[in-house]
Ligand binder design. Structure first.
Ligand code: CDP
Ligand code: MG
Length: 698
């Protein structure tokens, strides 16, 4: 049983909290009618602000109607063309669009629609489009002044994602050229001053809306820190279920494994409940799920006697209204990814107070609520940072820079970055990477390949692989398309590490590595009529594979569009290379054009792999066909798609293939490596030398 004790929350206005944390008692209207939300009482102030200045910074507590009402107010009040509203996450772009459509009683995709990467639901009548900042940025490539739009709302600006920050910089430039464009920057928990200073010279109004009527959210903290937050989450959910009145629960954990484990524990506990007791309707929510599975959190539970429990990552943190959520359980942690040149650091760290407030704000949206914070009040007040660390400080900037270049923004230092600007070192390493990927030339000018890469909805290294596949000597476009769309979705296998799945996976598994295994799965799915029944038989996830098929279709359409001006490219997504004898080799070589820095070397004496770049020991992820297996005889080098440093500082590599010959590297990325052959042989008997001078003997 739990050892923790609750004390009543003291997070109330007038306590020792700073201004931003006042909203930890989220201010919600007492009526569920949208027209009585606080934002409506400020309607005239909003419209007036926008008629005087092009930029409006709007701060209003969670639940006041920023996400779902503001675009509607602007639409109703006559902004002539489309209103864009960006949401940091795909799921909230979809859910907000559905909510607003249903308020208008119009089908999703008519007056109100959404567009996110790989998915669009709009029509010629659409006047309000919810989208991710990345989608709008990519739209700028073809329409730099965003002429389709009359207003752009950048919602949840506190999130400080790199794409939303860059979008603000781009919008700052656009409003100077387009006098009729209006920009609203909104959030419940942003640092208003920072954004006001950023837009100061462009004409900005700051509007802070107070709560009006509200539903209270009572906040409770732990008296003592807990040791195991997953166990504490399970205990707390269980205690709510047994002791607290009716109402659904939303709990935050940091990742898929924790979520699955918590749900499993809750499901086991239910078995001991008496038959008459109310059951839990258990649902996971994380970015690894398909859109269809993610949206399963919205409907009411199948029976009214059931209590819905959603256990989510921070994707449920902002902009989401789950009808019926009364209780929020917040572990106070989040998983972040800091991208490195080869290895990404995945860390679990404390959330900011802004995030804690957003999380609490998921309760009490349609009735009073309670938030259980699994940390002490002292941690909240003294240890948590006020707001999130901007992503620009911890992410690989190559795709951002590629995008800016394709928008004609060449002087990256002069670009108006929302502070803090990226460091010169980060900018330089991103430029170097883009140069190796042939997206920019020796004078850092964008190439045609780079232009296409920026349009493709793929990270630059994968976009490069796709474009390489349509050139000599690779010519394996069809296969690479299938592999890339499989890499773009989450694992297609159910419970990828279970013995049963491993068995099924073996029937698809290719000696040569995981990329061909992915290709085998994709081809088998297509050959077997893309049937759900066939998927179930092989423990494959039908919706994940269907999504892969749809992504492939979209990538194909990009290639078709490029083909009209594609000198030197053989953009033939339909013709398979597999009939030719050296197809596998060509596919692997082609993958190297994007994955070239990701090399590891097998050491037969220790039966382990080390990274070529740093000599660091790495572990093959259990989902790989190379897990617990040596590379084929005589082969020592492998290439991988992803390396992550996770718990206990272990680095895992996933999606691998064997590198047959070090010379492949030379042809794939000329100038990056030198190969020195010592014994005159191939098959890895040699050493590779990074041209920067660092040697890697074997
Ligand atoms: O963005 P903000 O937090 O200011 O509010 P919102 O997401 O626009 O939602 C405003 C209010 O609308 C919520 O507090 C709910 O009362 C209601 N709402 C709802 O009932 N169902 C939804 N799907 C969305 C919003
Ligand atoms: Mg919102």
């Amino acid at each position: 049983m739990s050892t923790s004790f609750w004390k009543p929350g003291s997070a109330r206005p007038g306590s020792s909290l700073d201004r931003s944390s006042e909203a930890s008692s989220p201010l919600i209207t007492s009526s569920s009618s949208p027209n009585t939300l606080p934002i409506h009482s400020s309607r005239l102030a909003i419209l007036h602000a926008l008629s005087s200045n092009p930029i409006l910074i709007l701060s209003a507590p969670t639940g006041s109607g920023k996400t779902t009402q503001l675009p509607l107010i602007l639409h109703t009040d006559g902004y002539p063309s489309i209103i864009a509203c960006t949401q940091p996450r795909r799921l909230t772009a979809i859910s907000s669009a559905s909510r607003v459509s249903s308020l208008l009683s119009s089908p999703l995709g008519s007056t109100v629609g959404y567009t996110i990467r790989f998915e669009t639901n709009t029509s010629s009548e659409t006047s309000i489009i919810y989208m991710t900042p990345g989608t709008l940025l990519r739209e700028c490539i073809r329409d730099p002044l965003l002429t389709r739009y009359s207003v752009v709302v950048v919602d949840e600006a506190h999130d400080r994602g790199v794409e939303s920050d860059v979008l603000l910089g781009v919008l700052k430039k656009v409003v100077r050229k387009r006098k009729d464009l209006r920009v609203v920057v909104s959030s419940a928990t942003m640092e208003v001053e920072a954004f006001r200073d950023f837009f100061e010279e462009d004409g900005v109004t700051v509007l802070q809306i107070a709560g009006g009527k509200k539903f209270d959210v009572e906040v409770a903290y732990l008296k003592e820190p807990c040791e195991d937050y997953v166990r504490e989450t399970v205990e707390t959910i269980w205690r709510i279920h047994t002791d607290e009145p009716q109402g659904d629960i939303l709990a935050f954990l940091t990742g898929r494994d924790e979520i699955d484990s918590a749900l499993q524990q809750l499901s086991d506990r239910q078995l001991d409940l008496p038959a008459s007791a109310a059951r839990l309707h258990l649902l996971p929510l994380h970015s690894g799920l398909s859109t269809e599975d993610q949206t399963a959190i919205f409907p009411l539970p199948p029976s009214r006697a059931m209590r819905k429990v959603v256990v989510a990552t921070n994707i449920a943190e902002a902009s989401i209204t789950l009808d019926g959520i009364v209780y929020v359980v917040d572990c106070g942690l989040v998983k972040t990814r800091n991208s490195g040149e080869v290895v990404d650091d995945v860390r679990v760290e404390a959330i900011s107070r802004a995030s804690a407030i957003q999380r609490a704000g998921r309760a009490g949206r349609t009735r009073p609520g309670k938030c259980f914070r699994l940390y002490t009040e002292e941690v909240f007040l003294k240890e948590m940072r006020r707001s999130s660390i901007p992503e620009v400080q911890r992410t690989d900037l190559s795709s951002t820079i590629l995008l800016l270049k394709s928008l004609g923004i060449d002087n990256l230092v002069k670009f108006p970055w929302v502070p803090p600007a990226p460091t010169a070192k980060n900018l330089a390493s991103a430029l170097e990477k883009l140069h190796t990927l042939k997206a920019i030339d020796d004078h850092t000018r964008l190439t045609t390949t780079g232009m296409w890469m920026s349009e493709l909805p793929l990270p630059p290294h994968l976009a490069r692989i796709l474009l390489s596949s349509a050139t000599e000597p690779f010519l394996c476009c069809s296969e690479i398309l299938s592999i890339l769309c499989m890499l773009s979705v989450t694992s297609a296998f159910f419970a990828p590490e279970s013995a049963e799945t491993q068995l099924s996976k073996r029937s698809f598994s290719a000696q040569e590595g995981d990329f061909l295994t992915l290709l085998n799965v994709f081809l088998a799915f297509s050959r077997n009529g893309r049937s759900r029944k066939w998927c179930n038989l092989h423990r494959l996830n039908f919706s994940v594979l269907s999504r892969a098929v749809s992504i492939r279709g979209q990538l194909e359409r990009y290639l078709e569009r490029f083909s009209s001006s594609a000198e030197g490219y053989h953009l033939q997504p339909k013709s398979s290379a597999l009939r030719t004898p050296d197809a596998v080799e060509r596919i692997h070589k082609c993958l190297l054009t994007g994955l070239y820095p990701n090399l590891a070397r097998y050491n037969p004496s220790t039966l382990s792999y080390t990274l070529s770049a740093s000599n660091q020991l790495v572990h093959v992820h259990p989902t790989s066909t190379f897990f617990n297996r040596q590379p084929p005889h005589g082969k020592r080098w492998i290439v991988f798609a992803e390396a992550t440093r996770a718990r206990e500082d272990k680095v895992y590599i996933r999606d691998l293939c064997v590198l047959d010959d070090l010379d492949w590297l030379i042809s794939a990325v000329p100038g990056v490596y030198k190969v020195e052959t010592r014994w005159g042989g191939t098959g890895g008997k040699g050493s590779i030398v990074h041209t920067s001078g660092e040697g890697d003997d074997m």
